[in-house]
Structure formats: structure tokens, C-alpha cells
Design a protein around this ligand. Structure first.
Ligand SMILES: Cc1cc2nc3c(=O)[nH]c(=O)nc-3n(C[C@H](O)[C@H](O)[C@H](O)COP(=O)(O)O)c2cc1C
Length: 354
């Protein structure tokens, strides 16, 4: 019996297995709109047998895009454009999900394959918003410190985005609070130097992200799951760490988060990250055990037996794969074969099933 291929139910949604497509920016949107690329890219991974297919970080406001070519969901037209994507994913038996994001001080950057970092106004750039006016690194733009009305407006943007995600047909939302983007910037004392009620103590640093969680939860139907992605550590002295992540996860659970997706890093440009197979799994294990909440493990999970072991040992409820699913959209079907599990193939592909 495979743990990886056993179904999981959160609220009213049952996932056919515990292999989730991790959100991955495609830098292929026009004014935030999904294109044919998104339908084919995400659709292929649903055909490939994943339990959940998550749309990349999608900005709740244009200013919250990482690059000008990022995905967004700041208008009803975006929701309408996402409908066929969500519908196709669901028709293939996968659960359609979307990550709602705001890039904070890491906004207004060039897309990766064109290199370069911060974009000037005349290069399609804009001034980012952040908890404090500290640039992420050399070459990035200096952000404007958010006022309390900016904070209120951003909470409202997350709520509107959640309503649009529902209208588009998504069944899971993940709030992006990782990788040095806006919510993570508030959590970490290294990027949050505020002296008001949103900075200083852990309670104050958590205030804005928890407001977003609470507001999105109240706008998102009670029968649908809500995830949050965190960076469990900044990998830097004096930064956000596992202990604070456990405290934060407990608070998000009390507000109705169903699963914490445990990533790390992204907020400190000079951090030394000990990359290796499953290098973030321990964060998932610690948060699952100590916060008593379902978790996802992500990061250099590439093998079927490795993924099976993570779920079977109770280190995570699900695994999220990113680059391995770029290499092989059919990884779940191949993993099932390797683990000797019988899974359904799309009818159209049955003649290729071995
Ligand atoms: C092309 C690409 C785009 C990514 N975009 C996002 C994103 O939109 N949101 C996010 O939380 N993580 C993003 N990530 C991080 C992945 O979701 C994942 O956490 C990371 O790649 C580690 O998993 P892996 O070793 O399976 O690739 C991205 C990674 C890649 C390779």
C-alpha cells in the first residue's frame, strides 16, 4: 500500500494522491493574464497525474508582481481568463489551485532569462512597497514603506483576489508568505524595521500576515481548503526561524489554514543554504509535529521512493514538486509504476500504459 498514492481529504476536497505541483512563475503573462502557455503547461501536469496543480504566484495588485510579465488576478477579466485553466485541470481529476501573492520589495525585476534585477520606471518598472524602505540587495529598487492605509488596502486586495479565484473555479488557494515576498518581509525582523503595531515583537510582525489569512478565510468558502506557503527559516542570524514558524503556523491553524507548505529562504540575498535532497523536509516534520497541522514538504524531492518515504514517515501530508515536474510532467504516472501502484491513465493515452 502506498502512502503517496493514498487520497487525502481536506474540508470537502479529496485529492487523488499526495503529489502536488508546486507553484512556478512562468513569466509568460500579458498584463497579468494567463495565456495559451498556462493552459498547456498546467494542463499537462494535470494530465500527468498530480493530485493538485497550482497556478504560479499571481499578484493581487499590479505593484505586487515580481516582473511585468507575472501572472495576476487583480481584475474580473483575469478571473474569467483563468476559468478554462481551472476547468481543464479539474476535468483531468486534479484539484485546481492558485497561489495569491504580493512581491513586496522584490517586485519590479527583470524576468530571469533576461538577467538583471531591478527595473527602472522607463524599463516597465515601478517603485515596490514593503514594510520598511530597505532594498533586498544591490540592483533592486528601494521600496516605499507601507502606510497603515496601504496595509488595509493590501488586505482588501487579497480578499478580492480570493473571490475572483473562486469565480474562476479554483478549489484551493495558497497564500504566499515565503521567499522574501511581502508577507515574509513583515514576518522577518531582518526586513521589517517598523516601530508601529506591525513591527518589533513577533506578535506585531505576524499582525499583517495574520490579517491577510483571516480576511481571505472569511471570503473563501468554508468547504474549500486554504493553504499558506512559508519560509520556515531565513537561514540567517537574527532572522525568521523554525521556532517562530511553529508559533505562526499555530496561529494560522486557529484562523482556518488547512495546510502549511514549508519552504525556506529568499529574504536574505547572502544566506548560505545547505542544498541537498529533501533539504527542507525537516521543517515540514517539525511544523507538523509541533503545530499539529497538515504540512507539505518541498525542495529537491525528485524520486518516487524518496517522496513515498516522506509521506509514509509522517514528515509531511503531501509533497510538492517543482523542477522535477518541469523535467517530466508525467512524473506521478511514472512514480506509480515504480512503486507498483495501479493508477488511472487518461483514456487518450491508454495504449501507452505499460
Ligand atoms: C521556474 C520556477 C518558478 C517558481 N515560482 C514560484 C512561485 O511562483 N511561487 C513559489 O512559492 N515558489 C516558486 N518557485 C519555487 C518552487 O515552487 C519550489 O519551492 C522550489 O523550486 C523547490 O522545489 P524543487 O526542488 O522541486 O524545484 C519556483 C521555482 C521555479 C523552478
Amino acid at each position: 500500500m502506498s502512502h503517496l498514492f493514498s487520497p487525502l481529504t481536506l474540508r470537502s476536497i479529496t485529492f487523488r494522491n499526495r503529489i502536488f505541483v508546486s507553484p512556478m512563475c512562468q513569466y509568460s503573462s500579458i498584463d497579468g493574464m494567463p495565456t495559451d502557455w498556462h493552459l498547456v503547461h498546467l494542463g499537462s501536469r494535470a494530465v500527468g497525474g498530480a493530485g493538485l496543480v497550482m497556478v504560479e504566484a499571481s499578484a493581487v495588485d499590479p505593484i505586487g508582481r515580481i516582473s511585468p510579465d507575472d501572472s495576476g488576478i487583480w481584475s474580473d477579466a483575469h478571473a474569467e481568463a483563468f476559468r478554462p485553466v481551472a476547468s481543464f485541470i479539474k476535468a483531468q481529476g486534479a484539484v485546481p489551485a492558485i497561489q495569491l501573492a504580493h512581491a513586496g520589495r522584490k517586485a519590479s525585476t527583470q524576468i530571469p532569462w533576461l538577467k538583471g534585477s531591478g527595473l527602472a520606471d522607463e524599463e516597465r518598472g515601478w517603485q515596490p512597497l514593503a514594510p520598511s524602505d530597505i532594498a533586498f540587495a544591490d540592483g533592486y529598487r528601494v521600496p516605499r514603506t507601507m502606510s497603515s492605509s496601504d496595509i488595509d488596502a493590501t488586505v482588501a486586495q487579497f480578499v478580492c483576489a480570493a473571490r475572483r479565484a473562486l469565480a474562476a473555479g479554483f478549489e484551493v488557494i495558497e497564500i504566499h508568505a515565503a521567499h522574501g515576498y511581502l508577507l515574509h518581509e513583515f514576518l522577518s525582523p531582518l526586513s521589517n524595521h517598523r516601530t508601529d503595531e506591525y513591527g518589533g515583537s513577533l506578535e506585531n510582525r505576524m499582525r499583517f500576515p495574520l490579517r491577510v489569512v483571516e480576511a481571505v478565510r472569511s471570503a473563501w468558502p468554508a468547504e474549500l481548503p486554504l493553504f499558506i506557503r512559508i519560509s520556515a527559516t531565513d537561514w540567517a542570524e537574527g532572522g525568521w526561524d523554525v521556532e517562530q514558524s511553529i508559533a505562526f503556523s499555530k496561529r494560522t491553524k486557529a484562523l482556518g489554514i488547512d495546510l502549511v507548505d514549508c519552504s525556506s529562504g529568499g529574504n536574505v540575498a547572502t544566506a548560505k543554504i545547505p542544498l541537498g535532497p529533501g533539504y527542507q523536509v525537516a521543517f515540514s516534520r517539525e511544523i507538523r509535529r509541533n503545530a499539529g497541522i497538515a504540512t507539505g514538504a518541498v525542495g529537491l524531492i525528485t524520486g518516487a521512493k524518496q517522496a513515498e518515504g516522506i509521506v509514509a514517515s509522517g514528515e509531511a501530508d503531501v509533497v510538492l514538486l517543482a523542477r522535477q515536474l518541469l523535467r517530466d510532467p508525467y512524473w506521478p504516472l511514472h512514480a506509480a509504476r515504480e512503486l507498483d501502484v495501479e493508477v488511472a491513465w487518461p483514456n487518450q493515452y491508454l495504449r501507452a500504459k505499460m
